[in-house]
Design a protein. Structure first.
Length: 385
């Protein structure tokens, strides 16, 4: 099996197994009696720990040249910890928060460090990430059907199995760790002082509020317009199918990063503005392709910009900083605000707020990131098998 195929298989298996926890974890938490504020607390813990843990794992990966080993450790430990969620729920909210902290500390570095592995191997982000989108769509559609007939705790058991399968795929993938590098810690401040990189983190923080909150609270919006978990799954499937097509298209067409971020942010703003008025489940599903293309545009822009704005030896550090300080910190903020505001504003006006935040992210990006100075790395279009 070619190296690129193994990497694509890893993304598919990991996203398939983790899609349930991302999209439907609040269905489980609600089933065990958690309030909106409690769900916000658990969701924030999941993201806040990632904010702290991901840069540590990134620095460790670059310092030791251990990107592959970090991914393997993260998969093994997070898979084992996921099995403890159902027993913890019987103990109470504090037990769930404590377990979430441990789970997030090991699960959170999987995606950014894997992104670094893909980019360092010379592959375009979209050529591999598209398979994650396909898997996420298949997973959410399947979970939507399954959760109508079984206990929501199945989410955590499926993740454990998927993490084990992903572990063995990575183990057998012929990608090497990098060379150990002294003085990594001394090089990070210079990276963070780079105006465009710092601006990228700021813009990603703002858009992270929107991305995370949409994933966590979309299921409640669907319920409010008369849909069930099956509708949520179908909507995610449509969205992620569009994502996958867009990820692959962006690799071939290579549009500017500036255009991608602006178009992606405005696409989110447009869809969330429509959500303010409610509508039918059919209308909600109909706008998902626009949201999927928008998501692929934003993620392609920020992941590849982070790679190209950073020195090669800080690849994992740059990706974990992007995920933690950008998407993660923004996501934690979104979880806390959304959990508190949901009971006050209601789900429709909450999405109206998301639309405003999406526009703000575009303004921040245009004001701070000089993407015109970044030259596309030609090696990203392919890879060395």
């Amino acid at each position: 099996m070619r190296k690129s195929t193994r990497l694509q298989s890893f993304y598919f298996v990991f996203f398939l197994s983790s899609s349930g926890i991302l999209a439907f974890r609040n269905v489980y938490f609600r089933s065990v009696g958690l309030s909106g504020s409690d769900m916000g607390l658990v969701g924030a813990a999941l993201l806040v720990v990632g904010i702290v843990a991901q840069p540590v794992w990134g620095l460790l990966s670059d310092r030791l040249g251990a990107q592959k080993r970090v991914v393997l450790i993260a998969l093994a430990v997070s898979g084992a910890l996921s099995l403890a969620f159902p027993p913890a729920a019987r103990v109470g909210v504090l037990a769930l928060v404590g377990l979430t902290i441990a789970f997030a500390a090991f699960q959170s570095p999987v995606r950014p460090v894997a992104n670094s592995l893909v980019l360092s191997a010379g592959y375009g982000y979209g050529t591999v990430r598209a398979f994650g989108s396909i898997a996420f769509g298949v997973g959410t559609l399947a979970y939507g059907l399954v959760l109508a007939r079984t206990d929501p705790s199945v989410l955590f058991y499926v993740y454990a199995v998927g993490a084990a399968l992903a572990f063995f795929v990575v183990l057998r993938t012929p990608v090497g760790d990098g060379d150990p590098l002294d003085g990594v810690g001394r090089r990070v401040p210079a990276l963070l002082r780079n105006r465009s990189f710092a601006g990228l983190l700021a813009a990603t923080f703002v858009v992270g509020i929107v991305l995370s909150a949409n994933n966590s609270y979309f299921v409640f919006f669907v319920n409010a317009v008369g849909g069930g978990n099956e509708t949520t799954g179908a909507a995610f499937a449509v969205k992620t199918t569009a994502e996958a097509i867009a990820f692959l298209a962006f690799v071939r067409a290579a549009p500017s990063r500036r255009l991608l971020f602006v178009a992606g942010g405005l696409a989110h703003a447009a869809v969330f503005s429509m959500y303010v008025f409610g509508g039918t489940t059919a209308a909600v599903i109909a706008v998902q392709p626009l949201l999927g293309v928008g998501y692929a545009a934003v993620m392609t822009s920020v992941v590849e910009l982070a790679d190209e704005l950073s020195p090669d030896e800080l690849g994992a550090t740059a990706q974990t900083a992007l995920t933690a300080l950008g998407i993660g910190l923004g996501g934690a903020t979104g979880e806390l605000l959304s959990g508190a505001l949901l009971d006050v504003l209601g789900i429709f006006r909450l999405f109206g707020g998301y639309a405003v935040v999406a526009v703000v992210s575009v303004v921040v990006f245009l004001a701070t990131v000089d993407a015109s100075r970044v030259t596309r790395n030609a090696s990203l279009a392919g890879g060395d098998d």
